[in-house]
Ligand binder design. Structure first.
Ligand code: NAD
Length: 431
């Protein structure tokens, strides 16, 4: 039966899943502890910011047709045939998983479980979490036996901001079931909402696949960043190096940049390390360190440029931070490099932050008017490849800024051209 479902955690992962399930005819309740989010969804309003093709319209449609409603109450799990857990799974200052949100959700699901239902954890979790934490807690709270009286699977997400619906519908997914029956039941829930293939496996393999996917990317970016730092010292262009490296077969060097942000990449490698700690991983923590250093390096480039411009002793200097979100054309500013750069510079300089999408988070004022921010800036620090920045012309910026200083964290401008126009230009990987 595929009639009623609950989706727990109405964020970047839960909302598109809930909408697609509802659109396929399932009656869905989206559960969240955030009352404001629940109220907005029930009004048919998409509660997250950013350019998200098709999703706000789809949410409005399924709420209006009565197929999706949101609630803070877990009681609806009692008659849901499938429950999808999509809560956030962050790490703490010591890089250990913060489990309370997942455990609290599993705890309540277990206490409100009906016989024969399927529970799927979509959240990214440290390897071993499904078997050692989720499974025993569900069995304890429900008093039922997994694989016999209820079914369990881990089906991690591959969505990203800006492509939530597209990725969910089109990308292949890995589905790890507790047993064959759990896998089969879960597959039947996903098949009607996606075009990609479903690759089935066991739960622990699915956990390692997901955390490895993001760790692989993080390590690759760290490599590109390390090469970029070497190129800066050697006075050459890392982007030219990358282009030429990739002319060699089986090479796929990534892009260097001002840092890695978002909810996933900075923490999923630590989830993998945590789950695999008995193997004493070395490379993954080192790669994390390299990537964490990049926003610090951007701040160092700003200080260097200010010294060169002999502005370092002045008190009335304004640094424009262009891009507060971590990802281009998205409003998602979780763990964004901008936050580190601002933290390192705000005691010495005035900071003005521009972003076309990012929400106010109570920490900085975000200005939407780019011209205004550039007009009042002595130094422009580009941290995100937003469309709006790619359309800028160096000639116009040169006329508008108070002092002509650019720090390019995303390879947006041509160094030689900037220097011809009289800019002090420094960029990641631009020696
Ligand atoms: N955002 C992405 O692009 C992405 C991609 C792949 C995987 N993931 C993974 O998916 C999971 C969710 O990520 P997200 O970006 O959607 O997070 P999010 O912060 O956008 O949404 C999580 C939601 O869960 C709610 N929540 C937290 N604890 C809860 C509880 N106990 N009960 C009910 N609701 C609760 C929060 O209020 C929030 O609305 C994470 O494990 C993440 O690593 C995210």
């Amino acid at each position: 039966m595929r009639e009623k479902a609950a989706v727990i955690g109405m964020g970047y992962v839960g909302i598109p899943l809930a909408c697609l399930l509802a659109k396929s005819g399932v009656k869905v309740t989206g559960i969240d502890i955030d009352r404001k989010r629940v109220e907005l969804i029930n009004k048919g309003e998409y509660p997250l910011k950013g350019d998200e093709p098709n999703l706000p319209e789809m949410l409005n449609e399924v709420v209006n047709t009565g197929l999706l409603r949101a609630s803070t109450d877990f009681e609806c799990c009692e008659d849901a045939q499938a429950i999808f857990i999509c809560v956030d799974t962050p790490i703490d200052d010591k890089k250990k998983p913060i489990m309370n949100r997942l455990i609290s959700a599993v705890d309540k699901v277990g206490s409100n479980l009906c016989k024969d239902s399927l529970i799927v954890v979509e959240s990214t979790v440290a390897p071993g979490t499904m078997r050692n934490k989720v499974l025993p807690l569900l069995e304890k709270n429900s008093g039922m036996k997994a694989g016999k009286e209820f079914y369990l699977a881990h089906c991690p997400e591959r969505v990203m901001s800006g492509k939530l619906i597209f990725n969910l519908v089109n990308l292949d997914r890995v589905l790890g079931g507790l047993d064959e029956k759990s896998t089969d039941i879960a597959k039947k829930w996903y098949e009607p909402i996606m075009k990609g293939n479903i690759h089935t496996t066991d739960m622990t393999t699915a956990e390692v696949v997901k955390t490895s996917e993001n760790t692989y990317r993080d390590v690759q970016i760290a490599f590109a960043n390390e090469v970029a730092l070497i190129c800066e010292k050697l006075g050459i262009d890392a982007f030219e190096v990358r282009k030429l490296v990739n002319t060699s077969p089986f090479r796929d060097m990534h892009l260097p940049g001002a840092g890695v942000g978002g909810h996933c990449l900075p923490k999923d490698p630590w989830l993998l390390v945590h789950g695999g700690k008995d193997a004493d991983p070395q490379l993954i923590p080192t790669a994390r360190k390299v990537n964490d250093r990049m926003p610090e390096h951007v701040a160092e480039l700003v200080l260097k440029a200010m010294e060169e411009a002999k502005l370092d002793k002045r008190k009335d200097i304004t640094i424009a931070i262009l891009g507060y979100s971590f990802l281009e054309n998205s409003g998602d500013s979780r763990n964004s490099p901008a936050k580190i750069v601002i933290d390192r510079l705000h005691k010495k300089y005035n900071i003005a932050v521009h972003d076309p999408f990012a929400e106010e988070d109570g920490k900085v004022e975000i200005v939407r008017n780019l011209d205004k921010v550039l007009r009042n800036a002595d130094c422009a620090v580009f941290l995100t490849r937003h469309k709006e920045y790619l359309n800028l012309k160096l000639e116009d910026i040169a006329k508008s800024m108070k002092n002509k200083i650019i720090i390019d964290g995303r390879n947006i401008f041509d160094k030689k051209k900037a220097e011809r126009l009289g800019f002090i230009y420094k960029g990641i990987g631009k020696g």
